[in-house]
Design a protein around this ligand. Structure first.
Ligand SMILES: *Cc1c(COP(=O)(O)O)cnc(C)c1O
Length: 386
C-alpha cells in the first residue's frame, strides 16, 4: 500500500530541479507574448476591435480542424453552446457529476436543469455504456424529442467533458446521443491539443467549448472559444456572443438578446503567441507524464492515470489514482506533499454534493463517488519537464 512519505519521495525525485513551492500549474510565456501585447498597447487596440481576435480565431480553427469563435472565458463559451443547441428553460441537460462547476452552471444560466452522469474508470469521464442503459430505463424518444419519464421534462443535450485532458469515448457517446435525440456538446476546456482517434477534441460534437484561463494548457489571461465544424453555426455563435448586432457603419440594431461575451484584442494577442507554443507545450506535458508514470510504476496501491488507448492526451494535469484499499491515505498524501512544497489537490467535489445541485436528477454515481476519494492531482506545469 502506498503511503504519504513514499509519494513525497517520488515527487522529490521527479521534480528534482524545480524551485519550491511547486505550483499545480503555471503558464509559460517564452514566445511572442511580449511583442504582441506591446503591439496592442502601442496601437491602442486593446478592446473590442483589432486584428488579433480574427487571427486567433483563424489559427485556432486551423488547429482544431474547425471554426473557432473567441469569447471571454470557457464558462461563457459553454453557455453560448447551450443557447445555440436550443436548450430552453426547464429542459434537462446531461452533465458529468465529476467536473468543474462551470459545466453545471452553464446549464443553470439557461434556466435548465443539470442531470448528472457517472464516470468510467477508463477515461474518468462519462460512461457511455451505463448512460445508455440508464436512458433506456428513464427516457423515451418521441419524434425528435427525448423525454424523462420520471420528471416529464425534455432532455435536450449531453455535455461530456475530457477530464484533465483525457478524451472520453466520443464514438460511443455520440451513438447514445443520436439514439436518444440529444445534441452533443463537448466541454473541451481542459483538452486543447488532445486527440480522439486522431481528431482534435472540441468540434467533434455539434459544438464545443475551450478555456484559456491562466491554469489551462494555453492562456489568454482569461478567455475561451466555441469550436465547431459547422460554418453556419460558427457565424451564429459570433453573432450571439457579440451582442447580436447587425453590422452597420453607424446604427445600433440588434436582432435578438445577445451576450457581450467577446474576447478583448489584448487577450487574443496573448492567445496568438500561446498557440504558436502549443506543440512545444504538448511535448513537455507528455514528457512529464512519462516521467511520473515511470516513477510511480512500482508503487503498490496507486497508479498515474494514463490516456485511453483510442486517444492522445495533452496530459494537462497528471493525477495519481489510489486503489480502493489506499483511499484512506489520500488526505495524508495531500497534507504531506503540500507541507513538502508540492501543490497537490483533490479532484472537484462532485456536483450532486453541492447545495445548489443536490436536488437535481442523477443516475447512480458509484464510480464518481469512489474516484472522488482516490484522486490526487500532481504539479503539472510544462516547465517541470524542461
Ligand atoms: C476551466 C474549465 C471550464 C471553464 O473555463 P473558464 O475559462 O474558467 O470559465 C469549464 N469546464 C471545465 C471542465 C474546466 O476545467
Amino acid at each position: 500500500m502506498i503511503d504519504a512519505a513514499a509519494v513525497v519521495r517520488t515527487l522529490e525525485d521527479v521534480l528534482r530541479g524545480a524551485a519550491r513551492p511547486v505550483a499545480l500549474h503555471e503558464p509559460v510565456f517564452d514566445g511572442s507574448e511580449w511583442r504582441n501585447v506591446k503591439d496592442c498597447l502601442d496601437t491602442g487596440w486593446v478592446s473590442s476591435a483589432g486584428s488579433y481576435v480574427d487571427r486567433f480565431e483563424r489559427d485556432l480553427g486551423e488547429h482544431v480542424d474547425g471554426y473557432a469563435v473567441a469569447v471571454s472565458n470557457g464558462t461563457s463559451a459553454l453557455h453560448a453552446c447551450l443557447v445555440l443547441a436550443g436548450v430552453e428553460a426547464n429542459d434537462e441537460v446531461l452533465v458529468p457529476a465529476l467536473t468543474f462547476i462551470a459545466t453545471a452552471n452553464a446549464v443553470s444560466y439557461c434556466a435548465a436543469v443539470p442531470h448528472f452522469v457517472d464516470s468510467t474508470e477508463a477515461t474518468l469521464g462519462m460512461d457511455p455504456g451505463r448512460l445508455s442503459d440508464y436512458l433506456s430505463d428513464i427516457a423515451e424518444v418521441r419524434g425528435t424529442q427525448c423525454r424523462n419519464r420520471k420528471t416529464g421534462r425534455r432532455i435536450k443535450a449531453v455535455i461530456p467533458m475530457h477530464t484533465f485532458g483525457h478524451p472520453v469515448d466520443l464514438d460511443a457517446l455520440g451513438e447514445v446521443a443520436a439514439r436518444f435525440a440529444l445534441v452533443l456538446i463537448e466541454d473541451a476546456a481542459e483538452s486543447l491539443g488532445s486527440r480522439y482517434k486522431g481528431r482534435h477534441t472540441g468540434p467533434l460534437g455539434q459544438v464545443g467549448a475551450l478555456s484559456f484561463n491562466g491554469n489551462k494548457i494555453i492562456t489568454t489571461g482569461g478567455g475561451g472559444a466555441l469550436v465547431t465544424r459547422d460554418a453556419g453555426l460558427a457565424a451564429r455563435a459570433k453573432h450571439l456572443t457579440t451582442t447580436a448586432r447587425i453590422a452597420h457603419r453607424w446604427s445600433f440594431i440588434h436582432d435578438q438578446v445577445g451576450y457581450n461575451y467577446r474576447m478583448p484584442n489584448i487577450n487574443a494577442a496573448l492567445g496568438c503567441a500561446q498557440l504558436e507554443s502549443l506543440p512545444g507545450l504538448l511535448r513537455r506535458k507528455r514528457a512529464l507524464a512519462a516521467r511520473y508514470a515511470a516513477a510511480f510504476a512500482g508503487a503498490k496501491g496507486a497508479r498515474i492515470f494514463a490516456e485511453p488507448a483510442f486517444a492522445s492526451s495533452n496530459y494537462w494535469l497528471n493525477v495519481l489514482v489510489l486503489d480502493e484499499q489506499s483511499a484512506d491515505q489520500r488526505d495524508e498524501i495531500l497534507e504531506a506533499t503540500n507541507a513538502g512544497g508540492f501543490h497537490t489537490r483533490p479532484v472537484w467535489t462532485p456536483m450532486h454534493k453541492l447545495p445548489m445541485y443536490a436536488g437535481c436528477p442523477r443516475m447512480e454515481l458509484g464510480t464518481v463517488e469512489s474516484l472522488e476519494r482516490r484522486i490526487v492531482c500532481l504539479p503539472s506545469g510544462p516547465r517541470l519537464a524542461s
